[in-house]
Ligand binder design. Structure first.
Ligand code: GAL
Length: 413
């Protein structure tokens, strides 16, 4: 009798502790710049206001390469973080390793399927279950400019690459650095894919960086992409090597440089510094059609403990919540992943992004960013970026570059 009694008590206690577990989360992310830190603070605050305890694990390094290395080390040592900033096909790669938690119960209770576009929802699913929660849609193919610098030099936002080059020559002659750039592989890749979208067009981009079509990778158009990269190498200052992306954005802000080609997390930096779009800085999509999307998301890793599981459920619920999607994205420079968040408090660049995203979705030119891990698995995107950065940092010809590109991709499959 006695043991049955105690057995019953401890089962009840267990259930009670599961229900009342205080949400805990150790969160791995790479949001450490001014605008990024302000954005992730929104999630930390919402989590704390619901009784959660947040342990921050920021791993500095734009684009997240260092964060992904840190993640691998943690998972291999059997000590995965509770929640991880993870996106694109890397989500499915980790799922295949058997280390992701299923967050379908939250997704279904919150009706995610009804409020997320199918293209975004697809990235968040693993064999039919929900395995990640999306926070936003960043657009990658943007040109940012210092409005005063352009005006003082009689330059309009370029609408073709020839206009861009003519503007850059004029700026250089006037003693302004035409292009603010940080020489890190992921930033080289970011500029490269924006140029590639413009020159190859949406269909060519898809063939090259989604389908990995060898003829397109070796085509004359791809040579023209490398030619333009070589031209642009002449528009960056001599100290570009290793510079962080947000320091390049600061060069545009303070008028040292005129342009930056970067995703709209750069807008988060302008906004965090109190700059006004249309007045202090200008935004335009790069010359050419199409829209390169980069959706940030969080995946939950398999962990022990009711408090951590409660933390994962709470995080997933908050991330896709309407209020979070608005406030976070106002700071981050992106637009909400949810389709039902009113955009009236958002600026003109965000409105342009939302309009272009919907048009490109209708006409088939909405494309995943290869440089930001949305289009390809790590081995393939890494192989492409190695070639892009080797070309940008040497005197390699465009002929050599396309041959090397085709070989690298073939060897990565
Ligand atoms: C991207 C990420 C953005 C932004 C950027 C620079 O890959 O999606 O949210 O943080 O890196 O760190």
């Amino acid at each position: 009798m006695k043991s049955v009694f105690f057995g019953a008590v401890s089962a009840a206690a267990l259930i009670a502790s599961a229900v009342h577990a205080e949400p805990q989360a150790e969160v791995l992310h790479w949001w450490t710049s001014g605008g990024e830190a302000k954005s992730v603070a929104v999630l930390q605050e919402e989590f704390a206001s619901k009784g959660g305890t947040w342990t921050d694990m920021p791993v500095a390094g734009g684009g997240g390469d260092a964060a992904m290395t840190a993640l691998r080390a943690r998972v291999l040592s059997g000590n995965a973080p509770t929640a991880v900033q993870l996106k694109g096909p890397a989500i499915q790669e980790w799922y295949e390793e058997g280390v992701l938690a299923d967050i379908s119960s939250v997704a279904e209770a919150q009706g995610w399927a009804d409020v997320l576009p199918a293209s975004i929802a697809g990235h968040m699913k693993c064999e039919g279950t929900w395995c990640a929660a999306p926070v936003n849609v960043h657009r990658v193919d943007w040109i940012w400019a210092n409005a005063d610098v352009l005006e003082a030099n009689g330059i309009e936002m370029p609408t073709t690459w020839d206009e861009f080059n003519a503007a850059a020559e004029k700026l250089a002659a006037a003693g302004v650095i035409p292009l603010a750039h940080g020489g890190q592989a992921w930033q080289d890749a970011t500029v490269f894919e924006a140029v590639a979208l413009g020159i190859l067009g949406p269909d060519g981009f898809r063939k090259a960086f989604v389908d990995l079509d060898m003829d397109t990778l070796k085509s004359d158009e791809m040579k023209a992409v490398f030619d333009q990269m070589r031209t642009m190498r002449g528009y960056v200052d001599e100290n570009f090597s290793g510079r962080d992306w947000n320091l390049a954005t600061a060069m545009v802000m303070n008028g040292e440089a005129a342009f930056q080609i970067m995703g709209d997390w750069a807008k988060g930096e302008f906004m965090a510094a109190g700059k006004v779009p249309g007045e202090d800085f200008l935004c335009a999509s790069v010359p050419g059609d199409g829209f390169l999307y980069n959706v940030d998301s969080f995946a939950m890793f398999t962990v022990d403990g009711d408090d951590k599981k409660a933390g994962q459920d709470l995080l997933a619920e908050l991330i896709v919540g309407q209020n979070f999607q608005k406030v976070f994205n106002l700071n981050k420079g992106s637009i909400p992943a949810r389709i039902d968040v009113p955009l009236d408090e958002f600026d003109s660049c965000a409105h342009l992004s939302a309009k272009d995203m919907s048009e490109s979705s209708d006409n088939g030119s909405l494309l995943p960013s290869y440089a930001h891990g949305m289009a390809l698995r790590g081995a393939q995107s890494g192989a492409i970026t190695d070639v892009v950065t080797a070309h940008f940092n040497s005197d390699m010809s465009s002929d050599e570059a396309v041959n090397m590109l085709a070989d690298a991709v073939a060897n990565s499959m």
